[in-house]
Write a protein that binds this ligand. Sequence first.
Ligand SMILES: [Zn+2]
Length: 340
Amino acid sequence: MRGVVMHAPGDVRVEEVAEPKITAPTDAIIRLSATCVCGSDLWPFRGVDAVDRPTPMGHEYVGVVEEVGGEVTTIKPGQFVVGSFVAADGTCEICRSGFPSSCVDRVFMNEVGTQAERARIPHADGTLVATPGMPGADLIPSLLAASDVLGTGWFGAVAARTGPGKTVAVVGDGAVGLLAVLAAGQLGAERIIAMSRHEARQKLAREFGATDIVTERGDDGVAKVKALTGGLGAHSVVEAVGTQESMQQAIRSARPGGHVGFVGVNHGVELNGEELFFAQVSLLGGPAPVRRFLPELIDLIWNRKIDPGKVFDLTLPLEEAGEAYQAMDERRAIKALLSV
Ligand SMILES: [Zn+2]
């Protein structure tokens, strides 16, 4: 079958790879309908993360189940499924407490590689959720978004304790940040401040429910958020980038007693303990427990209440994955969908 393999930074190839096989009785094999390139795939593409051997790529996926192992009970061949970017057993104490992305038996799906025609999904019962039926082509981008970027933006908004009456600020205007704006609106936020300096992304943020746009960054951005909130800062801040500047901006934009949900994969962030002490904010972050939210997100998408698939502004066949990486790297595309 065909699959995407990164050989070195900047060197993404689509080539023949081994067909996946059931290796544990809890596995499923799916035939991908669509997959995509993630902002986090750009870290190795840019050489920030090492690429020390040819690496299968991808961790976002939707598709049709072809085969299941002998111990899989809730997922059946022929079903259309959405799964989390972290496979989890769904039964350990950590899963049952709502954090399947830190399951004691977790498997990060980028270790499997879902930018391919087929993929093995470990822990099928704990990882996959079947849709009510076979979706039309128009729903596939939104269902694919649920696999990571929507689920991650949603977790960011939940971790930041978004809710009715709250002012929410979102740092980062990539797909996750934009979908955190959407999530904040769905969770009832009164005011949503999107921090973005790109016109197309500001427009999408407005469509997703942003009430204010702040174009300034760093301390100027913080000052602007404070000016919009009576000098206090936002109740809830979602951090969706993962750099030193964005983390500081997020923490400084929150009011004392506020909450920061940080969902951008951190790279080289170091926090000052004394500043953190006096900031008096709650921090919760990490890889999003997407599986916790999937049933609700699939329901919202299936009933056409939300359209998170709008973040895909480039669609290419799997064979042209290299161009998809380039377009996202150069910020010509917010997020690229690969049709399989
Ligand atoms: Zn678990």
